[in-house]
Structure formats: C-alpha cells, structure tokens
Design a protein. Sequence first.
Lengths: 679, 177
Amino acid sequence: MADDIQNKDPGSAQATGGLEIVVGGNYHVLAGERMPGLDLGKVKAYAVRDDRTPRENLFARICPPDAMPRMSSIGAVRNLTETNLMRPLDYDTVKWPGIEGHCTALIYKQPAHEALMKPDATTINAMHPDEITRCVLGPAILTLGYMAQRSLTHRAIRPDNIYWDGLLKTSIILGDCLSTGPAMLQPVLFESIESGMTPPIGRGPGTIADDFYALGVTTLILSTGRVPLQGLTPDEIIREKLKHGSFSALMEGERPPFGLRELLRGLLSDDSYNRWGLEQLEQWRSDGQRSSVQEVRTGAVPRSYKFDGKDYSNYRLLADAFGRDMKKAATAIADPQFDEWLRRGLNDHVLADRIKSILHFGSDSKNSGRPGASQVSRVCMLLDPYGPIRAKGVVAMPTGLGNVLSDAFIRNDTSAIDAVRNCLTDGAGADWYRLKGDTETVIYQQEINQFDRMQQFLANKSLGYGIERCLYVLDPHHACRSRIVKGEHVGEARDLLPALEQVAKRTGELSPVVDRHLIAYIVTRFKINIDRQLASLENDPDDDLAVKLAMLTICARIQTKHGPMELPALTAWFARQVEPAVNRINSRSFREQMRKRVRALATGGNLFKLHACLSNDKAFRQDDNARKKAAREFALAAKEIAQLESQEFRDSAQRSGWKIASGMSTSVSFLTVFFVAFG
Amino acid sequence: MARPAKRDARKPLFFATFALVLLFAALPTATVLAIGMAPTLAALIVDVTPGRYLAKCVAGMNFAGVVPFLHRLWSTGHDLHGALETVTDIFVIFIMYASAGLGWLLFFGFPSAVATCRSLNAKRRIYFLREKQKTLLEEWGECILPPGMAVDGQDAGDKDFDPEAAADGAQLQKAGG
C-alpha cells in the first residue's frame, strides 16, 4: 500500500501540510497542490511528480470510499492502449489526510487540452457536423467498441468529461470513467429514461447502449451549441423525455443539424433494443446510411390515471410515482378502478391479468388484503419493465444493488442496509428479470441465479451468510469491513493476512477472533471449502479454543494458497492461543514434545506448519489408541492386584496347601506300600 | 447333577460292603485295619473342609503307618491271634497313630507354609503392578483411570496430579466394586 508519507517543503504546503504520498513506488502525489479543474465531484485532483519523467504533467484523483471507484474495471481499462480513453498509469490504496478510511489514488496523465465544455457551461460554440463526426464520434465509437469487446462500459460520457486531443485538437479522449461509480456523476440529461429514474448510486454499470445514449446527448449539445432542457429539475427532464420521447424533448422543437438527424434519432431512441449500436454507427460513418428509427414514446397511454392527486398519462411515470409512495400505491392498486384503467385506458388485458394474479397470490394478510410492498414492487416492474427495481426504501437497477448496499455499509446506514436486505430477501432482483418474459429469463439466467443465491444467503443466519455475504458477492471489490482489521485496508483477498499480521503486531492480539464480516469476506473472496470450520465456529461459539483453532485452519489455508509465507506476529499470537490444544494429547511425553514444537513454530511465521502440527490426525489417533491400550493395561493391573489381595486368593493358598499336603500324604502311603512289598 | 448325588449315596454302601466282605474273608486284616485306621475314621468325622483334605492327609499317613504291620501279619500266617498281638502292642499302636498324627500336622502346617510363600510372591507382584500403574499414570494422567475414578481438579495436563494416590484410589475402587 502506498502510505509512505514524506514531509516535503513545509512552506509550499497549505491545508495538507506539504505531504507527498507515494503511489506505485514512483508517483509522488503532492497533497498540497490541488488541481480543482480536474476534480470530479467529491473526487479531488492533485498534482503528481514522477522523478523518472519530471517534465510529464501528471495528476492524481483521490477517490474517497463513498465515491465508489470502479475497482473491477481498472485493470481492463489500463490495458486499453489503442483507445482514446483517459487511462490510469497506476493506482493504489492510500490513507489520505482528512479522509476517514482508505482512498483509492488513480494516477493519470494530464489531458493535453481543455474539455469540450466547462462543467457549468450552458452554451458552447456549435461544432460542424463533419468536425463532430471526424474528431469526436470517430474516436469515441472506436473506444466504446474496444470497451464493449471487454464487457466494459464508460458511463461518464458528457462534454465536460471529454478532452480535446492532438496538437491541433483533431481528436478527443474520453475522460476518466473509474474514479466514481458507474454513472454516478452523470446528469439525468445524459442518461436514458430508465437510468435517469434511478438514483445515481443505483444505476449500475449498464450496457454500451447507455453509453451510446450519452454520446447522442453529447453530440446534440456539440452540434447545437447549447445544453437542452436547461432549468428543469431531473424529474421534469424525465417527464419531458417520456412525454415527447428523448429525441424530441432534447431538440426542444428545433431542427437537428444537417446530417445528424438520423444519428441523433438512432442514438437517442428510448427503446434500448432499437437504439443504434456499433454496427449501425460504423455503417453510418462509412456511407452515411440512414436507417430510420421511429421515435417511440414509451409508456404513453391515451387515457390518464389519477394517482395521489396527479394525472398520469404514462405508465412508466406511474410506476415511478408508485415506487415513491408505496403505501398510497398499495391502496391505488387494490382499487378496482386501477384494473379498469388497465383494461380500458391501457387496453392491455394481458398486463391487467398479470397484475391481478400478482395481487391475488401475494396479498398481505396483515394489511387486510391490501397489497404489500412486495406486490407494489412487482406491479412497478410490470408497468415499467426496464425501469429500476422499486422496492421499499430502494430504487436501483439490479446491477446497481451492489453499489447501493456498499454505499449503505460505508455510511453505516442501517435503514438502507435493511432496505436492501428486504429487497433481496423478497427476491425482487430475480423477479426483475423473470417478469420480463421467457427470453429475458433465459438470457439473464446467470443474474437470476445470483439473486436466488442471495435469497439463500439471507435465509441462512449462520456465519458466512447473511447480508454481509451479499455485500461481498454483489460488490466484488468492497474492502473487508470486519472490525478485526479496522484501521487496515483489505481491498483484495491477498491483503487479508498481511492486515491481520499488522493488527497482531500493533495490538498483540486479534479481538475478537471472528466476526460476520470477516467470515463472509473469506468465504466470498477465497475459493476454499471451509464448511467444517464454519460448522465448528457455529456450533461452539463460546468455545474460545475451538474458535481459534477453526480460524487458524482458515488462515493457514489462505496462507498456503495466497501467501505471504511469513506472518511472524500472527503465527506467534495463534501459537500462544492454541497451545492449550496440545492438552488434547493424552500422553504426557508426547504432549510436552508437541508443546515444544508449537513454541518452536511460533517464531517461524508459517501458519500452515502450525496448523499441520496441531491437526495431525494420525498422531492423535495413535495417541488415542495408545491411551486405550494404557487404560486396558492399567485396568488389568488393578484387577490382578485386587485379586492378589483378596480373601479368595488367601483361601486358594490354603486350598493349595491342603492339596499338596494330601498329595504328599498319599505319596508317602504309596511309597510305604512299595517299600514294604518290594523292600 | 443327578449322577454325583447317586454316587455319593452309594459310597457308604460300598464301604460297608467292603468292610463286611473284609470282616468275613480276612478278619485278622480287618481287625488291624479297624484299630489302626481309627484316627482316619475320626478325621473323616470331624473333617468339614471342602474336598476333605484333612481326611485325605490323615488317611495317607495313617495307612503308611499301618501297612508294615499288615505286611508282618500277612507274612506270619494271617491269624486272629497274630492280629490281636499286633493291635495290643503299644509300640505298634504308637507308630500307627503317630503316623496319623503326622498327617494331622501336615494338614495344619503345610497350607500356612504354602500361603506364606504365595503371599510373598503376591506382594512382589503387587509391587511390580503398582509401579507399572504409576508409570502409566505419570505418562497418561487420569484419563486412563476407570470411569468414576477421576480426581476433582485433576486432568491430564495437571501438574499436581498424583499418580500414586490415583493408583491407590483405583485399587480401593476395585476392591469396593
């Protein structure tokens, strides 16, 4: 971890005291030299010095934990060398002064030129369609194509995050897409309707279609020279888009620039299946092919429905309103007028029947037959199949639930955590895919299976399951939140044992030895079977020794698989704690021998050897067999002693004496007869 | 079980028949035997030991004392006069009864000697076994003790564990149980 903090020139530093934080061994992030022009929301930019290339202009973005940097994409984006994309030169986890927790520092080369548009600007000089095609769309399509090949999405395409490139500004580079969660900083304007309806934290990585939509809005702004729908709130923007269709709403009644009409229609289509993709864009670029995309006003109905005092003439908007007030929505859905509106106003009997069946099979008996939050959520899904999951307290795309849960844990927001837990327990994630129909169910089987697994995890209250397991599964890069490693950053699986080592070194102990987060993290991140140890932890939670032995086993297996090979403080601590385990050995000499061996291993730093020493089943079996044999010998000896001391033994001695005496007497008589007869 | 009872029932009858036959067929011998073997008869009457070892000891030695005089009787004509002469000879009676007395002494003296020898052997064996138990307890602790023998506050790893006391406890329990 890059936490080598050096004190630079105190005079040049301001708030952060002139600190330098070294990332990747070479990049000195100058904490005193802010670069506010490159900030991205709460992600602050700082100057960077690389002594190997002092003339190169670098900067770092310091991402606090709640910025949710896209850790899972960093590696892949770094390798996109042939693209017009701002790629990180290096990254690391750092402790940043003034920020609680660990931050991710991303090192970038400073863009050669300014962004196409300043962040707060509302107008720019309109660009010629040809210039847009050549300088912007060409590189952008190429880059998005490469990203799509690697299943990556950008989700931060907007004019203020695209920079001019080349000496004569003949090209562009797409800005940073890693410093924050996907689409977290995207204004609603640049998001498709369904993504715009979703709070930024829950938008999820989306698909390349979302990037093309944002590219369409960007193209429109560049070509018209103004930001459309200014002064409108996000909700009003969505309403406008739903009312008129995105293309018409964004054009605000004006004619599109010559030559870009079909492109904009294609990119701004509200139907993601009809939206232009790579193939259409390539065709358009090569021969200007104009495949006509009909504008669809998704969700529009001829007859409005009144809900909560407002008329809704679009059922996607109605679903959004239902999601915002589920209690009122439950009442409205139960009202026969709603069914009537579906059948007559919407003229969709199939939808009406599906909603009826949901209400029929899942009415909440506690609420006297009124639909529960779960049913309202399902009705929202049916009304707006591509909209977000609208559950009680949670609005998110299924792929964004991980970020929502992560954010809730980072903020320690228990109500938000409970909301996600309820959403997952309820199976809303899987149903979001299932309710779309058979085709989607087949395509998204993997996602459905994952959400089904989440339900199983939550149903199990044991260690290694529960919401903690869901957190680490849904957010594969969430750092371990165990209080055992508090103060250490365990962002990757390989960081766990070094972190425990640091804790053991710093505090001299691990207290407590296990908690739900630690076990859930281990179970999720390490592909090792620890069912036996989990059972042991579960069955004997108060047996301190059993718990420590189980943890030793788990840590030993992790060390074997992932290293590091030396963990002296942790091994010494474990050795001290599990030494009483040698008392399981019955043989005193073997026990002493084993105790000496454990003490010797305590200094070796190898958990596996310590574990192997204490779990040598063959030796324990031999010891047990020998004990049984010794017990038998002891019992036999006791029996024999008792026999020798008994009255019966004395009696038998007397009987023997009598026998011998009678034998002698008889012999004497025979001898006498013999001598008298033959003597 | 029926056969030994039957045999026991026949035994006195057999001896009575033998005595009668002897009385009529060899009266001089019967006379010497009757007088000479009187201690054996007495031993038979007073003997309550299982196996009738007293009678056997006395009978064997008594018969050894009688046999030489029977031989003399038979070799001197085997007449009643000779028999009466023999049984009235105080020296002869002394020999016969003294040999029977040796039988008594044998019965009373020999078992004690044997018991003493065996007791000494047993003590040596007990010492050896106790040492063995002590060694076992030192090595294995109370886990090898029979159930119910565990001493409170002592376990296999207890340094204050006293194997000697535990071994004695095991004997006491064994003796009690």
